[in-house]
Ligand binder design. Structure first.
Ligand code: PMP
Ligand code: GLU
Length: 403
């Protein structure tokens, strides 16, 4: 891309960057709502629950105790110990406190990794469909995002051979989330072991495993690829508090990494933002050291909502629906509706369909295109059962008008 320096105050870096489609749709939904419409927002990936009381109480105690100063850049000793213990206890992972970097959301953790590891031209293999910000973060760090994807017929999961075919000498890491945003797919322990075995042939490739939805898994125990012997010493495990503890607004995430990568993230963060919010860190340590009762109750609510949304969407003619195993997203294939019109609006692709549903059904969703799956639509079911039932009814009605 030609430099815009002469004509624009903006850098090429930000000019060529895509805006986050999830945040854009959430904003569009708010705008339609501000016009007086009753919009059901199924766009943003955010639990609709409040943060559990005992976590809020821990924050209040920290505030009253004067924990209001800068913390060490990679996090307080108390929180890093709690994370190290959690990794060991729940995931079987060995990251010493020194290998942990706490950040302002898992979003920053992943951005730190991209800046710490990618030189211009280096490649990151991203398993698709993928969370919107992965490719943008890789590219803004100067890297090249190489996408390997699978469709709904395979529950959106790629196999080791497909990943291997995308690896080159320039590949720095593979990056994926399981449970996955946007598909809700979960890679089983066996599938992760097969990916790890394949990576034995590629010792220069690291693994960035985003496990932020680990607690929202409907099919069994969460599996961490960092347990697999072939990649044990080259896995960066990312996690956070937003989803499992309903703490999106607190902005707290973390990673465990090989020491030199953790040190690099620490150095970067020290120049960019310093340590995460001191009060959130105190609350986070308390959350990890407490029992997971409220987290499990939220998971159970999501499980009931999953049944409701699957049952509702399956009845809509033309939608292809699978059975997501985790997170709180469903990712139907909507390509049947492309080229159809309600007499006024023609829907040519998933972007048009998301816009059509927002304007005509007052339901906010996100186009699959943003996640590397142009035939699909992401629907977040982190909403009440009443809202979900009404959203399905409206979607059914609006899609029924497309001929
Ligand atoms: N990873 C995935 C897969 C996500 O869906 C999100 C959404 N928030 C994040 C990371 C970032 O989470 P946060 O910055 O809120 O910790
Ligand atoms: N990760 C959530 C989502 O995918 C929150 C929005 C965002 O951070 O992009 O909707």
């Amino acid at each position: 891309m030609a430099s815009t320096t002469a004509t624009s105050p903006l850098s090429d870096r930000v000019t060529s960057m895509e805006e986050s489609a999830t945040l854009r749709m959430a904003q569009l939904g708010r705008e339609v709502m501000a016009q007086g419409h009753d919009v059901i927002s199924l766009s943003l990936g955010e639990p609709d629950f409040d943060t559990p009381e005992h976590i809020k109480d821990a924050a209040k105690r920290a505030l009253d105790a004067g924990e209001t100063k800068y913390t060490p850049v990679p996090g307080t000793a108390q929180l890093r110990k709690a994370i190290s213990d959690k990794f060991k206890r729940e995931n079987g992972l060995d990251y010493a406190p020194s290998q942990i970097v706490v950040s302002t959301g898992a979003k920053q953790s992943i951005a730190n990794v991209c800046y710490a590891m990618l030189n211009p031209g280096d490649e990151a293999v991203i398993l698709g469909p993928f969370w919107v910000s992965y490719s943008a973060m890789v590219e803004v760090a100067g890297g090249k995002a190489v996408i390997v994807g699978a469709g709904i017929d395979r529950d959106y999961k790629v196999n080791p051979d497909e990943i291997a075919a995308a690896i080159t000498d320039r590949t720095k890491f593979i990056l994926f989330s399981s449970p996955c945003n946007p598909t809700g797919s979960v890679y089983s322990a066996e599938e992760l072991a097969a990916i790890s075995k394949m990576l034995a042939d590629y010792p220069h490739v690291y693994v960035v495993s985003d496990e932020i939805y680990e607690h929202i898994n409907f099919v069994g125990k969460h599996a961490s690829i960092g347990n697999c012997p072939e990649v044990k010493d080259r896995t960066i495990t990312v996690n956070g508090f937003s989803k499992g503890f309903a703490m999106t607004g607190w902005r707290l995430g973390y990673l465990g990494a090989p020491q030199e990568i953790a040190d690099a993230c620490n150095k970067l963060q020290g120049q960019n933002t310093s340590g995460a919010n001191s009060i959130a860190q105190a609350a986070g340590a308390h959350a990890l050291n407490s029992d997971l009762g409220p987290t499990i109750a939220m998971k159970e609510a999501f499980a009931r909502r999953r049944e409701l949304i699957i049952e509702g969407l399956e009845k809509i003619e033309g939608l292809k629906v699978n059975r997501p195993q985790g997170a709180f997203y469903i990712f139907p294939d909507v390509s049947h509706f492309f080229g159809k019109s309600d007499g006024e609006t023609t829907v040519n692709d998933a972007d048009d369909l998301a816009a059509y549903l927002l304007v005509n059904a007052h339901v906010a969703t996100v186009t699959g295109d943003a996640f590397g799956a142009p035939d699909c639509l992401r629907i977040s079911y982190a909403a009440s059962e009443e809202q979900l039932k009404e959203a399905v009814r409206r979607i059914d009605e609006a899609l029924g008008r497309l001929k």
